[in-house]
Design a protein around this ligand. Structure first.
Ligand code: ADP
Ligand code: MG
Length: 609
């Protein structure tokens, strides 16, 4: 009889319960149905094929695009006692020989391979000798030209379907629109695949936006206050990535830079150092992150504005894959929008369809006073969870961080109206500020009742208000002449039936000191349940000790520390303080093999004689 998925989950991986969709996907695959799954980063996609691989027996082929990922996944499986290996160009001839030997002998359950390995005949003839029972295509969006990361080698996979008709298939990825999904299914020849669509929400990520003034000091202070926590600082340029890394090192932090201008060796050193917890903070351009599955990245800071919400979401998605609370801070200044637009103009990039719209969506997100989560989810076509989400700066702050600008909104809207809805924001602001420009004179606008009534705001504040009114639909921009018209909801504001707020960050900045959110303050004190700052919590010292032990064991085996145990396991050990192997087995993440290999070492550390 076959083991139950729950049993495999507990005995092999040490986890007590499935995350959403895992069980359904596993059941479907084991029952022989092809599946297509789109689940967010950190959802636990790997287990969706690893557990069926163990249940089905025989061989599972896992296709994965990144060699670095394969190595870590195989190391993680080995630590859990699963016989797995990878075959790719990084193996020496002798290693490859040995790997193939093991596959033929029939004990290996999972073989990881890059798609390009499949075009040569060698891997195929190996597979011919042990027909795979399951073919799992990870990062399956790479199959489709419509995806954001198309890799032509993935097209080779179509050959496998005919070659091994008995195999069941899983295509799995974090991002695939309907069009991409259809493309994947037809390219791979999936048979009436069952579709599993997970949401985009990542409730364990606390997201916030802060003004960019004093950014470098803020980044250093933030990293220092979380000295042991792995983090990534995303920068808009190579130079910036270098200078941030330098500032962090000067502050005594183990930091490294990562960008495409470095040699492949240098980049590998930084990436490996990060995965192995030798480097705590990496300041990087967007080039960093694709090849890492590190589950315990605790914070992501964006030092510069990303070009789109898609990019932003992908980058913050690298935090907290282990489901533990993690922080994402975007440092925002309006100047970034201007600079990015100028750069796009120069490189001809704004001719790429939608580039400016994507940037504007990112801008609107940063300047929004609404629940951040709601803005992101709506952007991806999902409805928001019940607000307040409790884990974004706007929800935490509530009205505190909002400035009531209803009167100014009314002034602006009525000025638009009185000038005949025929002008752009610049002219409307001239009228409000009482500027005697040529245009004002030409249209006799100094006679309007709204002339000069807006001295309380600066031009940039009026501009910010205009953008917010546009974002909220109170204003509509006529696309051809860029003139402003009133939107339908504007009436309610004009009649004082609904108030209008601007986030402090936009209305005029009270300065970073006041802007530390309630939650962050509580966090620093360590008194939000489940969100304690490490070291403050009960057992903090023991936790640090267990971490050091983990690092020693990992270095000795040359594997990443998280492969031995995730943070949550160490936290549970530190607070529950198990006294026997039996008690230890009950702890999160402690499976059979890890118990046998590391159990005693951790017990000794917890219960010194
Ligand atoms: P994804 O590929 O979807 O981003 P991973 O497969 O890398 O996610 O898993 C992320 C982390 O979550 C890993 O550390 C994994 O061990 C852990 N994980 C997966 N499933 C579970 C579960 N059911 N319970 C606890 N932890 C899990
Ligand atoms: Mg994955």
């Amino acid at each position: 009889m076959r083991a139950r998925p729950e049993t495999v989950l507990k005995t092999v991986f040490g986890y007590d319960s499935f995350r959403p969709f895992q069980k359904d996907i596993i059941d479907a695959l084991v029952a022989g149905a092809d599946c297509m799954a789109v689940l967010p980063t950190g959802a636990g996609k790997s287990l969706c094929y690893q557990i069926p691989a163990l249940m089905l027996g025989g061989l599972t082929l896992v296709v994965s695009p990144l060699i670095a990922l394969m190595r870590d996944q195989v190391a993680a499986l080995a630590a859990a006692g699963v016989d797995a290996l990878f075959i790719n160009s990084s193996l020496s001839p002798a290693e490859r020989e040995l790997a193939e030997e093991r596959v033929r002998a029939g004990s290996v359950r999972l073989v990881y391979a890059a798609p390009e390995s499949l075009s040569g005949g060698r891997l195929l003839s190996l597979l011919d000798s042990v027909h795979p029972r399951l073919v799992a295509v990870d990062e399956a969006h790479c199959v489709s030209e419509w995806g954001h990361d198309f890799r032509p080698e993935y097209r080779e996979l179509s050959r496998l379907r005919e070659r091994y008709p008995q195999a069941v298939w899983l295509a799995i990825t974090a991002t695939a629109t309907e069009r991409v999904r259809a493309d994947i299914a037809s390219t791979l020849g999936l048979k009436a695949p069952r579709l599993f669509l997970g949401g985009f929400d990542r409730p364990n990520l606390n997201i916030s936006v802060e003004p960019k003034a004093g950014a470098l000091r803020r980044i250093v202070a933030f990293s220092l206050s979380r000295a042991d926590a792995p983090g990534i600082v995303y920068c808009g340029s190579r130079k910036k990535a270098e200078s941030v890394a330098e500032a962090l090192r000067a502050a005594g932090l183990a930091a490294g830079a990562y960008h495409a201008g470095m040699s492949a060796d240098e980049r590998t050193t930084v990436q490996d150092g990060f995965i192995r917890d030798d480097i705590r903070v990496v300041s990087a351009t967007t080039a960093f992150g694709l090849g890492i599955d590190k589950p315990d990245v605790r914070y992501i800071i964006h030092a510069d504005l990303p070009r789109s919400l898609e990019q932003y979401y992908q980058e913050i998605g690298r935090a907290g894959r282990d489901g533990q609370p993690s922080e994402c801070v975007l440092l925002y200044s309006r100047g970034d929008v201007v600079a990015l637009k100028a750069m796009m103009g120069q490189s001809g990039e704004d001719e790429r369809p939608g580039a400016l719209d994507r940037l504007d969506a990112m801008r609107a997100y940063a300047e929004s006073g609404r629940c951040r989560r709601a803005v992101i989810l709506e952007h991806f076509g999902e409805s928001a969870p019940g607000a307040p989400c409790g884990a974004c700066d706007n929800c935490e702050r509530g009205d505190e961080g909002q400035v009531d600008v209803t009167v100014q909104a009314q002034k602006f809207l009525s000025c638009v109206k009185r000038a005949g809805e025929r002008f752009g924001a610049g002219h409307v602001i001239d009228i409000l500020l009482g500027e005697h420009t040529d245009k004002v004179a030409r249209f006799g606008h100094e006679r309007l009742s709204t002339f000069g009534i807006g001295q309380e705001f600066s031009r940039s504040q009026w501009n910010a208000l205009a953008r917010a009114l546009l974002d909220a639909g109170h204003l509509v921009r006529e696309p051809e002449h860029k003139t402003l018209l009133l939107g339908r909801p504007a009436v309610a504001v004009l009649r004082s039936e609904s108030p209008f707020f601007l986030p402090a960050i936009v209305a005029g900045d009270p300065g970073p000191a006041q802007r530390v959110s309630k939650r962050t303050r509580a966090l620093q004190r360590g008194n939000i349940p489940g969100f304690q700052a490490e070291g403050d919590e009960a057992g903090g010292e023991l936790f640090q000790k267990l971490r050091m032990l983990r690092k020693e064991l990992a270095d000795a085996k040359r594997i990443p520390p998280y492969v031995i145990f995730p943070d949550r396991t160490l936290k549970e050990m530190a607070s529950i303080r198990p006294a026997s192997l039996e008690e230890l087995a009950g702890i999160y993440g402690v499976g059979r093999t890890k118990l046998a290999n590391y159990g005693q070492a951790f017990l000794d550390a917890i219960n010194p004689r």
